[in-house]
Write a protein that binds this ligand. Structure first.
Ligand code: DX5
Ligand code: ZN
Length: 230
């Protein structure tokens, strides 16, 4: 089953609790939280205090996506603040093997994020230590960007790499996802579908989340059929 992770980057930050409650009511299980530092990513978003606040007000899993330089220095603080999943960019870390291990030891599920230009093969030696891999389907920094179409091909390559090592690493996709491309994302192998503006900028966010979840559930069944007929 694939999960839809609403990205609060597109929510109303002045009414964040209201928007998070709406996602809970619509049955979401996980919330995507983008941390940007204005250095690695050309935008500044939220940090530890907001994550702590979210942890205190919702039981949804917090899927924290660090788009910051030097995550080795602060990863632990994000886990203490409440990150359940903690994803760091391959492009920002010198000693990724050590950091992924540390994240797991400190109690969060470690994930590695790949920018659109970074090939999946760079993860070959570290895949077994990851809980998930996040494929960026836009360049980091902003919500509402256009989906990069070659991302599905990249997801399929990643899925083959995971299967070739007989692993159960989850695949997450982030950027430009909406009701039109959710099905192909899941059929390509995505387990966690991040969606920001498609949900929060809609007139009825709860309905869009439900609809997206329905599409993802149906696509997961079709994916199984694809595999059987191979
Ligand atoms: C982009 C962020 C995304 C963003 C996605 O750098 O990592 O999580 O919220 O937004 P949409 O779904 O609007 O493309
Ligand atoms: Zn993100």
């Amino acid at each position: 089953m694939a999960l839809i992770a609403p990205s609060i980057l597109a929510a109303n930050f002045v009414n964040l609790e209201r928007d998070v409650r709406a996602m809970e009511e619509a049955g979401a299980q996980i919330l995507h939280v983008d941390v940007m530092d204005g250095h690695f990513a050309p935008n500044l978003t939220i940090g530890l205090p907001v994550i702590k606040g979210l942890k205190g007000c919702t039981s949804l899993l917090l899927d924290v996506h660090l788009m910051i330089s030097n995550p080795e220095q602060t990863a632990e603080a994000y886990i203490d603040a409440g990150a359940d999943y903690l994803s760091v960019h391959y492009e920002t870390v010198n000693h990724l093997d050590r950091l992924v291990e540390r994240i797991r030891e400190q109690g969060a599920q470690p994930g590695v994020v790949l920018n659109p230009h970074t090939p999946v093969l760079v993860l070959e030696e570290i895949l077994a230590k990851c809980h998930h891999v996040l494929v960026m389907s836009v360049n980091p920094g902003f919500g509402g960007q256009k989906f990069i179409v070659t991302s599905f091909q990249k997801v399929r390559k990643l899925k083959s790499l995971i299967d070739s090592q007989d692993l159960n690493v989850k695949i997450e996709i982030d950027g430009g996802i909406d009701l039109h491309n959710t099905e192909e994302a899941v059929r390509s192998g995505v387990d966690i579908v991040v969606a920001g503006s498609a949900i929060f900028h809609a007139e009825r966010p709860k309905e869009v989340l439900l609809q997206m979840q329905r599409i993802a559930d149906e696509a997961a069944i079709l994916k199984k059929d694809d595999a059987i007929s191979l």
